[in-house]
Structure formats: C-alpha cells, structure tokens
Design a protein around this ligand. Structure first.
Ligand SMILES: NC(=O)c1ccc[n+]([C@@H]2O[C@H](COP(=O)([O-])OP(=O)(O)OC[C@H]3O[C@@H](n4cnc5c(N)ncnc54)[C@H](OP(=O)(O)O)[C@@H]3O)[C@@H](O)[C@H]2O)c1
Length: 277
C-alpha cells in the first residue's frame, strides 16, 4: 500500500490518480475526507501532518509513502511511519535547496525536511522540482474579472514543471530500491517569464490577455495581505528580486525517469483551461 500525502493538492492529486490507474494499491491522506473525491480504486484516510499521532490508522499496512515537507514535526511523522512498517519515503522538496542559503526560510524549510528524511532510518528518495506550472492558478481571479494579468517577478524566467510530471516521477520511484539515497532534481521543458506563460494562456483560451508586471512593493503587500508569512515573502524576494535562485536550468531527469519528455506549459494550459473560463 502506498500512502500519498497532499492528496487534495496538485502533485498528490495527480499521483493518487496515476497510481490508481496503474492498478497499484494507493491510499489518499486528507484532513477532511468529506471534501475529497477519490478516483476509483483509491482508498481515503484522514490525518493531519502537523499531528503525527493522528496518522496511525492512515499508516496501517503502508510500505511506501509520498510525503510533503514543512510540517511541524517531520521527525515525528517519519518515526510514526517507521513504527508502522513503512520502508520507503519519497519526499517532495524543491531544487532551491541546491546551493541555497539556509538563512532563506523556504530553503531552510526544505533542507530541514530533507534532513529529517535522511535521518529517519527509512529508505528515502528526494524529488527536487523547479517552480510549478500550477502556480498559474493564482491568475484565476484576475481572468474571471477581465483580460489583464498582473503578476510579480515579471523579469524572472522559470523552467516550470507540470505537477503531473512530478507525480509521474514519484510513481516510478515509489517502492523501488534502486532510487534509495537519491535526490532527483526535476524541471519543465522551457524557461519562461510570466508574460510568455500569459501569451500561451491567451492562445489556449482564445482571449486577448494583456500582461502587466507588478511593482515589487505592490507584490509584497499583496502576498502579505493574502496571509503568506513574512519570512516566506522575504524568501521569495531573495530568490527572484535579489537573484538568489536560478530556476532556469532545463534538466533531462523527467524524461530519463519516465521515458517521455516533460509536458509543456501549453499542455498544462490545455488540460486546465476550463479552470480559467
Ligand atoms: N509551488 C511551487 O512552485 C513549489 C515548488 C517546489 C516545491 N513546492 C512544494 O510542493 C508542496 C506543495 O505541493 P502541491 O502544490 O501539490 O500542494 P498544494 O496544491 O499546495 O496543496 C497542499 C496540500 O497539503 C495538504 N495539507 C496542508 N496542510 C496539511 C496538514 N496539516 N496535514 C495534512 N495535509 C495537509 C493539503 O490538504 P488539505 O486538503 O487538507 O488542505 C493539500 O493537499 C509544498 O511542500 C511546496 O513547498 C512547491
């Protein structure tokens, strides 16, 4: 049995669907099962990753686990998994950890989760993706209101990855001994600035979208207003304004591990077009 955390999220949701479609035994961990519709063939279990004691039932009979990072007691979550008989954990991290400054709060969060996994006594594999194409869902409200997209960090290209591809890699490595002790950096197929993603979205939606770069002070105020903790806002500004994180390198790893090239932003936009209409 494979336990997938973050099952209602972008990566975990894709992973539950892909594992179930492959006929593998999969259990989706969610905090509120009544708000979650599992794909056919998948089990659902309730649990809160900030409370390791709440995971006991969800972990029953599990031998491999897909885990998001950054929760209150990662060593506690992993100790519970080990006690339940889990053998392999696959952690969703970020490639910002590579050469990242541990004083940056996002880097520190991922480095701390990676360290907990390495020290857990479990077999482990770490996935270190680039920024996600699904971050574009942040434009949904603006696109419902009109044809203008205002977004931060307008000059910054990112080789964004489709969560579908992260999940496909996770499905390949979960439970496979040869990936124990490995950290796989992952990227999408092209480094694009937000304006380029807006142009592709405009083509897919057949709408005359106009992109405007958001000034940094406006972007900071909006992030804080949306409840993003200040230390993480600072971390994003260090990444993308101070230039601490180059998320442009295009890597062969998705194709190496899955046997097919990573999906393009246009693929992602076509799949999710209805969410912007
Ligand atoms: N976005 C990026 O560009 C990027 C880049 C690199 C790495 N990452 C990492 O990727 C992860 C996010 O992945 P994602 O986009 O697939 O997730 P997401 O769509 O943001 O959803 C978050 C998931 O976490 C679950 N969750 C939140 N708090 C929980 C808790 N206390 N206990 C159990 N589950 C909880 C949520 O479930 P509920 O239904 O219970 O809320 C939801 O399924 C983060 O660790 C992030 O740091 C993101």
């Amino acid at each position: 049995m494979i336990l997938v955390t973050g099952a209602s999220g972008h990566v975990g949701g894709e992973l539950v669907s892909q594992l179930a479609a492959q006929g593998r035994a999969v259990r989706a961990l969610v905090r509120d099962p009544s708000a979650f519709e599992a794909p056919p063939g998948a089990e659902v279990a309730a649990g809160d990753l900030n409370r390791p004691g709440s995971l006991t039932e969800a972990l029953n009979g599990v031998d491999a686990m897909f885990l998001l990072g950054g929760f209150a007691d990662m060593p506690g979550v992993l100790a519970g998994a080990r006690a339940a008989g889990v053998r392999h954990v696959v952690l969703l991290s970020s490639r910002s950890v590579v050469g990242g400054d541990p004083e940056n709060a996002v880097v520190a969060m991922h480095q701390g989760s990676e360290a907990a996994v390495r020290e857990s006594g479990l077999d482990w594999t770490v996935l270190r993706p680039s920024g996600f194409m699904s971050n574009t869902f942040e434009w949904q409200g603006q696109l419902r209101a009109g044809d203008v997209v205002r977004a931060p960090f307008a000059g910054v290209p990112i080789a964004a990855i489709d969560p579908h591809d992260i999940a496909a890699v996770a499905a390949v490595v979960l439970g496979r001994d040869e990936h124990h002790g490995q950290s796989h950096p992952l990227s999408g197929p092209a480094a694009q600035r937000p304006v380029e993603r807006a142009e592709i979205l405009a083509k897919v939606l057949d709408r005359p979208l106009r992109f405007e770069g958001q000034p940094d002070d406006e972007a900071r105020a909006e992030m804080l207003g949306n409840g993003v903790p200040e230390r993480y806002v600072d971390a994003f500004f260090r990444f993308f304004v101070d230039g601490e994180f180059d998320d442009t390198p295009i890597l062969p790893t998705v194709e190496d591990l899955t046997g097919r090239p990573p999906r393009t932003f246009e693929d992602w936009a076509r799949t999710h077009a209805d969410a912007f209409r």
